[in-house]
Ligand binder design. Structure first.
Ligand SMILES: *Cc1c(COP(=O)(O)O)cnc(C)c1O
Length: 271
């Protein structure tokens, strides 16, 4: 966003691992209201409508009890990083018929079957192999899926996602997959306390989107920018995020180290 005064919003990565646990419906109400207030304030700084930002609560590692409390506090969609964990929770919570699931983590082709069965949204599309696998399984289920193309904006080898210069060619392949409804891009910024480095990742994603939207293939929507998490969503909103994926600020810190979710290497992966 272009603004008169330079924005110097800090990250909150120093709070990483220290967010208090939400254990009651009231805790969730309180945390959701606090996050929504921060979303609103960020929007106001850059003249955006808060309704243009969707909050996606990220429930990975948290038990069903907590997810049900969050549901009671008003959440109707959860983001989960691992397909198997998400699938299990979907089965356990099938009684909540208006609850939807967004898979936000890297997918191996052998798990496409699971995702095709229950997810409404998949935010980590980064290869044709995964697109092929999802399309086949979705056709078999008679379902469609909203997808976001994940872009690696930090240049860190540990992050999944396509390098920015490969995204245009990738988009040109996607109209062939009729069950995949392309909505936009997703990224994880550098996990850095240095706000300017984090902001650069978000700016890169927005500029890439703006550039590619001009001649996007038919049927490929690039309205959405999923960027920002507990430690940096305010900066992401200032730079145009339409979806923020927030876990710890709503649920509390996770016991599982993040390295478990963002492997330090992609080598050795079996598909
Ligand atoms: C865990 C996760 C988040 C949320 O991170 P928090 O620090 O809990 O807000 C966002 N995006 C992805 C892809 C994640 O795996």
């Amino acid at each position: 966003m272009s603004t008169e005064t330079p924005l110097n919003t800090p990250t909150r990565h120093d709070q990483h691992g220290q967010w208090p646990q939400a254990e009651t419906v009231d805790d969730f109400r309180h945390n959701l209201a606090a996050v929504q207030a921060r979303i609103k304030a960020s929007c106001q700084r850059v003249g955006r409508d808060p309704a243009s930002v969707r909050l996606l609560p990220v429930s990975k590692t948290k038990p069903q009890t907590n997810l049900r409390q969050a549901y009671a506090a008003g959440c109707r969609m959860f983001g989960e990083n691992k397909p198997q964990e998400a699938y299990r929770k979907w089965e356990e919570m099938a009684d909540l018929t208006d609850l939807q699931w967004s898979v936000i983590g890297h997918l191996q082709t052998n798990k496409a079957k699971l995702v095709a069965r229950f997810a409404t949204e998949f935010q980590a599309l980064d290869s044709l192999r995964v697109a092929v696998a999802l399309e086949r399984r979705l056709q078999a289920e008679g379902r469609g899926l909203d997808v976001f193309v994940q872009v690696n904006t930090s240049g860190e080898a540990s992050k999944y996602g396509l390098p920015p210069d490969e995204v245009a060619a990738f988009l040109r392949e996607l109209p062939a997959f009729s069950a995949l409804r392309v909505r936009g891009f997703m990224t994880l910024a550098a996990l850095s306390a240095e706000a300017s480095r984090v902001r650069r990742c978000f700016i890169l994603l927005r500029q890439l989107r703006d550039r590619l939207r001009q001649d996007a293939p038919d049927g490929i929507g690039l309205e959405e920018l999923s960027m920002g998490m507990s430690g940096d969503f305010e900066i992401a909103i200032e730079e145009g995020a339409t979806v923020v994926r927030v876990g710890q600020a709503i649920f509390g810190a996770r016991a599982t180290p993040d390295a478990h979710y963002w492997p330090s290497t992609q080598k050795g992966e079996t598909d």
